[in-house]
Every structure is written in structure tokens, then in C-alpha cells.
Write a protein that binds this ligand. Sequence first.
Ligand SMILES: NC(=O)c1ccc[n+]([C@@H]2O[C@H](COP(=O)([O-])OP(=O)(O)OC[C@H]3O[C@@H](n4cnc5c(N)ncnc54)[C@H](O)[C@@H]3O)[C@@H](O)[C@H]2O)c1
Length: 312
Amino acid sequence: MANYLVTGAAGFIGSALARRLLDEGHQVASIDNLSTGFLDNLPAGTSFVEGDCADPAMYQKIPQHKYDAILHIAGQSSGEVSFDDPIYDIRTNAESTLLLLKFALTNGCRRFIFASTMSVYGVKPDIPIDEDQDCAPESFYGVAKLASEHYMRIYQQYGIDSTALRLFNVYGPGQNLKNLRQGMVSIFVAQMFEDAAIQVKGSADRYRDFIYIDDVVDAFVNSIDCRTAGSQVINVATGVRTSVGELLQVIVSKHDQAVEIGYSGSTSGDIHGIRAEVVKMREILGINNTLDLEQGITKMLDWVRAVHDRQA
Ligand SMILES: NC(=O)c1ccc[n+]([C@@H]2O[C@H](COP(=O)([O-])OP(=O)(O)OC[C@H]3O[C@@H](n4cnc5c(N)ncnc54)[C@H](O)[C@@H]3O)[C@@H](O)[C@H]2O)c1
């Protein structure tokens, strides 16, 4: 049994990860400021601290046993929101990481894993993008996440081995259906169930790489033990290019009502397209069989229907 600290455990990815670690018999302490997460998401059995990772005083409240790894998932996760308030974004996505790294050092924890993002890359050609590509983020969000990766690189000199997982578009059960500013799949699905209509910001020929939540949780769990000295950066994606139009087709084909689709405007900092090279994910994390989009969307829609039935 190991001791883990998971931040953002009341959110979509953090709650799924904390649940998996608890199911595997580990002890999990968790932190969340509930800015976009919900207490209901917290898995039973975690010792929870409500607090902000960017608040130095919060670190006094964390259970002070020695952690085998810190999994830093908390953060403001919307490129669009980062344009509303870049200072808030850098506090939550960069300052938080620095404070957690400092906490890791004083705690004696030598393993740090971070939820980074494809947004660090910026505008790229339509080819699989590997981790050695230059990074020139198009959003404040991407800048703060990239800063965090560099803080982790610098902290390796103090003996902290780190892995930044550059998550591409994550989707699946548990995604926040109320937050219409983050998560392409959840936004489309929420609109479809609410209004039988989807309003798309941007064109249908934009493309992304969509990865199912369980595969992302596998990536975090496997990275705990795939320890190499120093700091690593690994894409977490499927390697499959899917256009927004193709995604919409899959989603609406599985709905039991006709769905109207409209296009208008765009989102600040949105890039036309990106897809990942996933050789490192396969070789280092041992993740080879990611769920395909058709199956993943089916599971997600089944979950949304179950949530609606419970609320009816
Ligand atoms: N969902 C994706 O497609 C995706 C893609 C790339 C990267 N990420 C990253 O993964 C992480 C989790 O994303 P998610 O989709 O689960 O989002 P989410 O909003 O569901 O979860 C984030 C959680 O962090 C909490 N939080 C935010 N700022 C905090 C702070 N300063 N201190 C403490 N708690 C804080 C929120 O309340 C929330 O519970 C984020 O860091 C995000 O940037 C997500």
C-alpha cells in the first residue's frame, strides 16, 4: 500500500484517478478548492482538504505523512477562461505547481506527476506531434502549463523525478456537463441533451485527438512506477485524428432525437488542429489499446442517460 496526494480530486479526471488508486488499496489524501469540482465527485475513503493549491497556508492542512507520489491534477482547464483572467490562470496553473513542488521537497516525496496539456504546443502542421516539438502556446492556459513543466524540470536538481502528461482531449463519464466553457465532447453532449441542438464555436474541419477517461487514468497510474531519473514529458492521446464534424456525427448518430447543428464564432486561443505521436506513451507507460471513439461515446451517452433518469 502506498500513500498518494491527489489534487483536483473533486473534478473529472482527479476523481477518477483518486477512485482508482483507492480501489487498488492505496491511501489517498486529496485537495480541491471546488472552483469547478463537486464534493459529490470525491470518492469515499479519501482524506479531503478543501483548499487552494495556490495558497501557501493550505499546505499546513494536508495530512503530513510521507507521500510516495504527488499527482497534481488541479487546475483551471479552459483556454477560453484563461483569456478572461490570465493572472488567475497563472496562479492556479503555475504558482500552484511551484508550491506543490516545494511541499514535495519538504515532505520528502520524490515523485511528482502533472496533468499538462496539448495546449503547450500551439500551432502545428497536420502530422503526429511528438514531445520534442517546439512549444509556442496560443493561450495563457498553455503558457502556465508549460511554465509548470519547466518548474518540474528545474526541481529535478533537488532529486524530484517528475512526469508531465500532456493530455489531449479527454472525455467520458464524470465529465462536467454544466461547464460549457471546457471540454469539446461534454459541451456538445450537454447541449444535445438540453436542447436537441448543438452550437459549435469554430469550423467542422478543425481536428483533435480524443482520449477516453479510463485510458487517461491508466496513464497516470502507470506513470507512478515508470520512474526514470529526471523529468519526462509524455503525450497522452490515441494518435487518431478526428475532425469536429466526425465527432459530431458520432455523437448525434447515437441520440434518439434529431439534433440541429449550428456554427458561429470561434474561441480565443483555439488552434485549428492537433493530433499526437504516442510512441512514448506506448513504450514508457505500456498503454497500447486505447478505446475507440465510437465505443467511448456510447459509454459516455449511457452515463448521461443514467444521470438524467436519476434526476427525473
Ligand atoms: N479534460 C481535458 O480534456 C484536459 C486536457 C488537458 C489537460 N487537462 C488538465 O487536467 C486537469 C483536470 O482537468 P478536468 O477536465 O478534470 O477539469 P475539472 O475542472 O473537472 O477538474 C479540475 C479540478 O481542480 C480543482 N481546482 C482548480 N483549481 C484549483 C486550485 N488552485 N486548487 C485546488 N483545486 C483546484 C477544481 O475545483 C476541479 O475539481 C486540469 O489541470 C486540466 O488543465 C484536462
